[in-house]
Design a protein around this ligand. Structure first.
Ligand code: FDA
Length: 504
C-alpha cells in the first residue's frame, strides 16, 4: 500500500500551524493538518467539554496518572492534584531533568489552555530579539492582522474598577503603585463582554468558574473558533486528530514522506500511516517541531539539516512567585481566571520585568497575590536527540534560571518592602520555595529564525520545508508570546506562498 499524497501538510494546530493552514487554504492549496491531540467539541458525561480546574478528571491531562498543576500545593499540602486515568487530555507537562514545560494538546494547541493574554511586544525589544525582521512592516501590517484575526479585545475599564472578580488585580495594582511601579491593562482573546454577562448571571460561567488551564467551556476565542474555523471555511483544509507525526524523510522527487501514528483517546495504536506532500509546514510548537527535526537529522532521514537545530531555546524568562497579604488586605473569594493587568517595569535597565497579575481562584480567601513574571534572561538551552528514548532532551540547568529569579526578586522585594509584606513559600511544592524556577508556559526557540532557517522560516538544507511556530523565536520576547508567534507566521507564510507555493 502506497502513501497518500497531499500538496501541503501542516503538523500541529497551534498558532503558527493555524496561520499557515488558513493562508494556504485561501490560496487554494489542498492542505492536511495533523494534530496529535483531540478535537474538543464533544461534551463529557457532566455536559461539559472540559473538566474544571478545581476537580480535574482525565480530560485535563495528556496521558498522566495524576494531574500536575503548576500550583502544586497550599500550605505545602497537595490539594490541587487528582489521580486520573491516562488519556489524551488537553494539558501536557513535559518534564525534562531541570525544567518542565506546559503545552496544550488538541485542535488549537496552546490556545485551548492558555490565559488568552494577547500582548504585542514593545517594538524596541522585538527589534533587539529579531533584528533581521523588518519591524516597520511587522507593526504596520502583521501585528494588526494577527490581533484582528485572533479577535483580541479590551476590558471595559469602568467594569474592571467595580467588579468583585478583579479585586485581586486592583489590590496588586495598589501595592505596585506603593512601590512606584505602574501597571498596564492587557488585551485578551477571552470575550470580555461574555465575562460581564457571566458576572450578571445570564450565561454559564467559565472564566468566573475558575476555568483556564484545563480548557474554557465558554467565552474564550481559542484558535478552533478563529483561525482554524476560517481555515476549514476555505473548503481546502482538513484536520486529522489523534495523529502524531513520528518521522520525516525526503523522497527522490523532493516530496516529503511522513510516518504518522493514529491512536485512540486511550492511547491504543490504531494505525501507522504514510503521508507524502510537496510542502511541509512544521507547527508542532517549540518542543514538537524541534524534536521532529532533531530526530530526522540524527537518524539520517534528513541528513543535511544544520547543527543549529535544537539551539537557542529559552523559557521567556518565566518565573512564578506569590506574596502574602496582610489580613486587612484580602484578594477576594471571587477571582476571574483571566488576567487583566500587568506590572510593566521593562524599562528598568538592571532588571527588566513584565509581570502579569495572576488570579488564584480557589473559591476561598487566600490573601495571596500571584504573579507570572517575564524577565530578560540571556541564558539559552539546547535540545539534543536521545536515541535510546527516541525523544528530544533539553539541556537546561536550574542555575541558568538564576538571572530570571534575581530580576523577579528585585521587583517583588520592592513591592514587599513598600507594603511590609512577605513572599509565600508554600505554593510551589514540598520545599520552602518563593520562586518557581523549574517550569514554564512560554517555550521559545529550538529552530531559530535566521539560524536553523532562513529569514522566513525555510529550513536550512531543504527545499519546501518550513518552521512556522514558537521555535523560530530565540528564547525570549519580553511579553506573553502568542501574538508574536501569530504575526511572524503571517509574515513568513505570505512570502512562502508567493515565492515557493504559487510557483510550483
Ligand atoms: P502550540 O504549542 O500552540 O501548538 C503545537 C501543536 O502541535 C499542539 O496542538 C500539539 O499537540 C501539536 N503537536 C506537537 N507535536 C506533534 C506531532 N509530532 N504530531 C502532531 N501534532 C503535534 N501565551 C500568551 O501569549 N498569552 C497567555 O496568556 C499564555 N498563557 C499560557 C498559559 C498556559 C497554561 C500555557 C501552557 C501557555 C500559555 N501561553 C500564553 C503560551 C502559548 O500558549 C504558546 O506560546 C503557544 O501556544 C505556542 O504556539 P505554537 O504555535 O508554537 O505551538
Amino acid at each position: 500500500s502506497g502513501s497518500t499524497f497531499v500538496p501541503a501538510v501542516v503538523v500541529g494546530t497551534g498558532y503558527g500551524a493555524a496561520v499557515s493552514a488558513l493562508r494556504l487554504g485561501e490560496a487554494g492549496v489542498p492542505t492536511l493538518m495533523l494534530e496529535m491531540g483531540q478535537l474538543w467539541n464533544q461534551p463529557g458525561p457532566d455536559g461539559n467539554v472540559f473538566s474544571g480546574m478545581l476537580k480535574p478528571d482525565k480530560r485535563s491531562s495528556w496521558f498522566k496518572t495524576r494531574t500536575e498543576a503548576p500550583l502544586g500545593s497550599f500550605l505545602w499540602l497537595d490539594l490541587a492534584n487528582r489521580d486520573i486515568d491516562p488519556y489524551a487530555g488537553v494539558l501536557d507537562r513535559v518534564n525534562f531533568d531541570q525544567m518542565s514545560v506546559y503545552v496544550g494538546r488538541g485542535v488549537g494547541g496552546g490556545s485551548l489552555v492558555n490565559g488568552g493574554m494577547a500582548v504585542t511586544p514593545r517594538r524596541s525589544y522585538f527589534e533587539e530579539v529579531l533584528p533581521q525582521v523588518d519591524a516597520a512592516e511587522m507593526y504596520a501590517k502583521y501585528f494588526p492582522r494577527a490581533n484582528a484575526t485572533l479577535r483580541v479585545n479590551n476590558i471595559d475599564k469602568g467594569w474592571f474598577e467595580q467588579t468583585d472578580w478583579y479585586k485581586f488585580a486592583r489590590v496588586s495594582r495598589e501595592q505596585a503603585s506603593n512601590a512606584g511601579l505602574s501597571t498596564t491593562f492587557v488585551p485578551n482573546v477571552y470575550d470580555w463582554d461574555y465575562m460581564r454577562r457571566e458576572a450578571d448571571g445570564t450565561v454559564p460561567k467559565s472564566a468566573l468558574a475558575a476555568e483556564v488551564i484545563y480548557g474554557n467551556n465558554h467565552g474564550k476565542v481559542s484558535l478552533d473558533k478563529s483561525y482554524l474555523a476560517a481555515a476549514l471555511g476555505t473548503g481546502k483544509v482538513t484536520i486529522e486528530t489523534l495523529h502524531q507525526v513520528k518521522t520525516i524523510r525526503q523522497q527522490k522527487d523532493g516530496t516529503y514522506l511522513l510516518t504518522v501514528e493514529q491512536k485512540n483517546a486511550d492511547g491504543k495504536l490504531l494505525a501507522t500511516k504514510e503521508i507524502s506532500c510537496r510542502h511541509l509546514f512544521l507547527g508542532a510548537g517549540s518542543l514538537g517541531s524541534t524534536e521532529l527535526l532533531l530526530r530526522a537529522r540524527d537518524t539520517g532521514t534528513l541528513p543535511n539539516l544544520s547543527s543549529e537545530i535544537g539551539g537557542g531555546w529559552g523559557p521567556n524568562g518565566n518565573i512564578m512567585t506569590a506574596r502574602a497579604n496582610h489580613m486587612w488586605n484580602p484578594t477576594g473569594t471571587k477571582q476571574s481566571s483571566i488576567p487583566a493587568l500587568g506590572i510593566d517595569d521593562w524599562d528598568n535597565k538592571d532588571a527588566p520585568v513584565f509581570a502579569e497579575i495572576a488570579p488564584m481562584p480557589a473559591g476561598v480567601e487566600t490573601w495571596v497575590s500571584l504573579y507570572l513574571a517575564i524577565t530578560k534572561n540571556p541564558e539559552r538551552g539546547t535540545f539534543v536527540y536521545d536515541a535510546a528514548k527516541d525523544r528530544a532532551d533539553l539541556r537546561w540547568t536550574r542555575e541558568q534560571n538564576a538571572p530570571a529569579v534575581a530580576a523577579a526578586k528585585s521587583l517583588f522585594d520592592r513591592i514587599n518592602k513598600a507594603n511590609t509584606t512577605i513572599y509565600r513559600y508554600d505554593l510551589f511544592g514540598k520545599q520552602l520555595k518563593a520562586f518557581a524556577d523549574d517550569f514554564c508556559y512560554h517555550p521559545l526557540g529550538g529552530c531559530v529564525l535566521g539560524k536553523a532557517t532562513d529569514n522566513y522560516g525555510r529550513v536550512a538544507g531543504y527545499k519546501n520545508l518550513y518552521v512556522t511556530d514558537g521555535s523560530l523565536i530565540p528564547g525570549s520576547i519580553g511579553v506573553n508570546p502568542f501574538v508574536t508567534i501569530t504575526a511572524l507566521a503571517e509574515r513568513n507564510v505570505e512570502r512562502v506562498i508567493k515565492e515557493d507555493v504559487a510557483k510550483s
